[in-house]
Design a protein around this ligand. Sequence first.
Ligand SMILES: Cc1cc2nc3c(=O)[nH]c(=O)nc-3n(C[C@H](O)[C@H](O)[C@H](O)COP(=O)(O)O)c2cc1C
Length: 200
Amino acid sequence: MTSSDSKPVIVGMSGASGSLMAKATVDELLLRNVPTILVCSNDARLVWHEEMDQPFNEELARWREHPHFRHYAISDMRAPIASGTFPTRGMVVVPCSMNSVASIAHGLASNLLLRSADVCLKERRQLVVVPRETPLHSTHLENLLTLSRMGAVVLPPDPAFYLRPQGIGDIVQFVVGRILVALGVDEALEQGLQYRPDEA
Ligand SMILES: Cc1cc2nc3c(=O)[nH]c(=O)nc-3n(C[C@H](O)[C@H](O)[C@H](O)COP(=O)(O)O)c2cc1C
C-alpha cells in the first residue's frame, strides 16, 4: 500500500435520484479496504427513503462496523474533510443533484458536502461528479462545463447499452466501476481488465 492508498476517499451523497449508486460506491470502496468517509445531504436521505428498501440508518450502522468507514453529519463544518490540511485522495459526489452541481461550480460551501468538494477543487485533488437529472437546461450544462474546466470529472450515470445490461444492478455496477477508475482506486479496472468492445 502506498501513502496515497492510505488516504481516504470522500463519498458525498446528494439529493438526486440514484441512492443505489451511492450505496454500491461505498460498498465497493470498503470491499477494497479503501478508507471511506461519507457525507449525505438532508435531501439525499429523503431520496434514499423513496428509493431503497433498507432504512438509511440501518445501512449506516452496517457500514460503521467496517474499520475503514467514517461518517460526518452534513452540518458538521468542524469535520476534518472541511479543511484542506486534512489529506484525502479525492471525492465523488454520487448522485449529484443539480443544486449541488450549481453550488460546487460557483464555490458555494454552505454544508459539509459542498465544502469538501470545494476543498478538493482548491487543493487540486480528484473530484468526480455523477450528475443525475434529465433533461438538462442550459444552466445545468454550463455548470457542468464549469466543473469540468475546473478539473472535475463529470461522469453521467449512463448505461453501457453495448454491454446489454440485464437489469439495474448491471447498470449500477458499470457506473461504480467507472467511478473507481476515475478515483484511481481499482488497478485491475484501470489496466483495462474490464470490458473491451472487441470481446463482445
Ligand atoms: C425523490 C426525489 C428525487 C429527486 N431527484 C432529483 C434528481 O434526480 N436530480 C436533481 O437534481 N434533483 C432531484 N431532486 C431534488 C433535490 O433533492 C433538491 O433540489 C435538493 O434541494 C437537493 O439538495 P442537495 O443538493 O443539498 O442534496 C429530487 C428530490 C426528491 C425528493
